[in-house]
Design a protein around this ligand. Sequence first.
Ligand code: KIV
Length: 275
Amino acid sequence: MIGIKQIKEKKAKQERITMLTAYDYFTAKLMEEAGIETLLVGDSLGNVFKGEGNTLSVTVDEIIYHTKAVRKGAPNTFIIADMPFMSYHLNTTDTKINAARLIIEGGANAVKLEGGSQSRIEMIKSILDCEIPVVAHLGLTPQSIAKIGDFKVQGRQEEEAVKLIEQAKSVEQAGAFMLVLEAVPEKLGKEISETLSIPIIGIGAGRYTDGQVLVINDLIGLSDYQAKFTKIFVDLKKGLLDGIKDYYNEVKQGEFPKKANTYYPIDDTKSKIGV
Ligand code: KIV
């Protein structure tokens, strides 16, 4: 498994870093087989797994549950677990406990949290104080939806862009070893990537970041809403729907199961499960 050192070296070598969100055992297994370097157990599971309109209801227990499954599927891949809304906002003690649970119970290698305000900087430092690596997340931060009102591009105005650059520098200074940058103009993505020495992983941040992350459901077309900056690499929606409909029809028509699909044919008393 690669560690923080190798991840950082990739930036120095100008080798692009791949990251995907993962929520379950089997998909994580395929991601490891494909060589994806970093997996993110994102709180986007609130949207794509739980069917909520946002990420706010996701709990630490839920992230642990999914991280465990992802760790089983990808035992040799660097896994980052998202810190859910309100799990790092109250005080440094709760923040440390929650971060530690994601590592100890979930099996993650690092945690990610959103924002770059002064209080977030304090939380990043407190987590690092427990020897837990931290990934920062700036730009569009979905946990701020109630405040920002809409999932829209951030840093378009000069003043906003300057603030984002300052926050990016602050999270690096605080010790974050990587930064996820979401939904910002390409120019700003490029500037932040060139300014910081830690790797910048973009999602809707243009072509010049040090790596890219996608929500797996966007990549496979299993998403209610497909943001402009995503891409369906393989469309599973139609294939899945067709398969489910075929199953429905075959059961209704008595086409499935046939004798060949049954474990215990009535006339065969010696069959064992799976044989
Ligand atoms: O939760 C998540 O999936 C994320 C990505 C969008 C980066 O934070």
